[in-house]
Design a protein around this ligand. Structure first.
Ligand code: HEM
Length: 405
């Protein structure tokens, strides 16, 4: 969908709206803008049809109402893997969701995540060491991608040396999957077998990591069944990697293009209160929000004059909410010291991201470590940065050149 001109053309084009389209992924802002003003509850005919709300208030209302909008379906196309996904807590509704989430919350508390900060700096610095003798490096593949993978592998208690395999499974599932469903299903089976083997190993030798906590935990006096246990591990791996990798990558891409913002952040590296950095991280999370979810309409309902029927699919684009001019002045601009910033990068309501403290820590550490050692860089001449389309959007190839000043 390109830049539309009239209401009729926007609505017509919205009927072919495709969140998996790579052209859309390269620059979604203008498409969200046109849809938000001309058809705020659009309907795409693709993938068996799905609704696309784009206004902040509507997305807020939907995310808070599990009775009308169920999380039983969080991906479009829904039949990507040939089965309904069981990835608790994200694919569940209350009351099961409430109990499951409560069980995981302490693990991802701000205090626990802060304790991982030194390890995350070590990981980031090791990655920078690996390209320290080169003028060029790939900011997505050699840097952004590897930080969340290594951290979550250590937290879960699986071998971090398998990170190339995780990346390949996630690419086959999330990025290439819609075009090659057979291979996506194969990747999902491989990932499931890998995690099941690890669960067995943890049962035999408890180690105190998240997998052990999940094995030992009880909800209403009962241990998790095998499918829920496996699903939770799958979710933590999937939710913990591509999302943060995308946020780190998009922020680095922005900094590669904006020397003024780079300079402000470099100058503020040693500020004791960290206020400049805090505001900048929230702004990067808002503008480059990587995650779009989905819901299934659970009861007939009306919104923005449209009749949504039970069973309909609905895309929940948090990134579109974050660019709503009704909530954010100059929403497409990166305003590094934006003061009012109640963004929905981590969602809102019951399913709001459980890993937000981890993600924030990883994003800030990744950017601080890079800017301290590579304060000046740009996109390598004659190259293009390639963004993944779909429900998790971020740069997947990003050749960068270092400059010495
Ligand atoms: C910048 C990085 C991240 C972003 C933008 C992000 C975004 C989101 C969003 C939008 C949701 C809401 C889903 C919905 O409403 O259906 C969510 C849920 C979730 N996220 Fe994240 N996430 C990030 C990183 C992480 C990390 C590092 C983890 C941990 C390993 C994680 C674990 C989860 C879990 C478990 C849920 C489900 C919560 C529930 O259903 O109650 N996320 N995330």
């Amino acid at each position: 969908m390109g830049t539309p001109t009239t209401t009729a053309t926007v609505t017509e084009k919205a009927a072919h709206f495709d969140h998996l389209d790579t052209e859309f992924a390269a620059d979604p802002g203008p498409v969200w803008k046109a849809m938000r003003s001309e058809c705020p509850m659009a309907k795409s005919t693709l993938y068996d049809g799905f609704w696309v709300p784009t206004r902040y208030d509507d997305i807020n209302e939907i995310a808070h109402d599990h009775e009308r909008f169920s999380s039983a379906r969080v991906a479009i196309p829904a039949d990507l893997l040939g089965q309904e996904l069981n990835l608790p807590p994200i694919t569940s509704d209350p009351p099961y969701h409430t109990n499951f989430r409560r069980m995981l919350l302490p693990t991802f508390s701000p205090k626990n995540m802060k304790a991982w900060e030194p390890t995350t700096y070590d990981i980031a610095n090791e990655l920078i060491d690996a390209f320290s003798d080169r003028d060029e490096f790939d900011g997505a593949r050699e840097y952004a991608q590897n930080i969340p993978i290594t951290v979550i592998a250590r937290m879960l208690g699986v071998d971090e040396n398998d990170r190339d395999i995780f990346t390949s499974w996630l690419r086959r599932l999330l990025e290439l999957g819609p075009a090659d469903r057979e291979d996506a299903q194969k990747a999902f089976i491989e990932l499931s077998e890998y995690l099941s083997d690890n669960i067995q190993r943890h049962r035999a030798e408890p180690t105190g990591d998240i997998m052990t906590i999940l094995i030992d935990t009880e909800i209403d006096g009962e241990r998790l069944d095998d499918s829920s246990l496996l699903g939770a591990c799958q979710l933590l791996l999937i939710a913990g990697i591509d999302t943060t990798w995308s946020s780190i990558g998009s922020s680095i891409h922005h900094l590669a293009k904006n020397s003024e913002h780079r300079r402000i952040l470099v100058d503020a590296l040693d500020e004791p209160d960290g206020k400049v950095w805090y505001a900048a991280m929230e702004e990067f999370l808002r503008v480059f929000a990587p995650v779009t979810m989905a819901r299934r309409v659970a009861q007939d309902t009306e919104m923005r004059g449209q009749c949504l029927r039970e069973g309909d699919q609905l895309l929940l684009p948090f990134p579109a909410a974050n660019r709503d001019p009704a909530k954010f002045a100059n929403p497409d601009e990166v305003i590094l010291d934006r003061q009012e910033n109640r963004h929905y990068a981590f969602g809102v309501g019951r399913h709001r991201c459980l890993g937000s403290h981890l993600a924030r820590m990883e994003l800030e550490v990744a950017l601080r470590a890079l800017l301290r050692r590579v304060p000046d860089f740009s996109v390598a001449e004659g190259t293009t940065v390639r963004y993944s389309g779909g429900q998790i959007r971020g740069p997947r190839e990003m050749p960068l050149t270092k400059h010495t000043t």
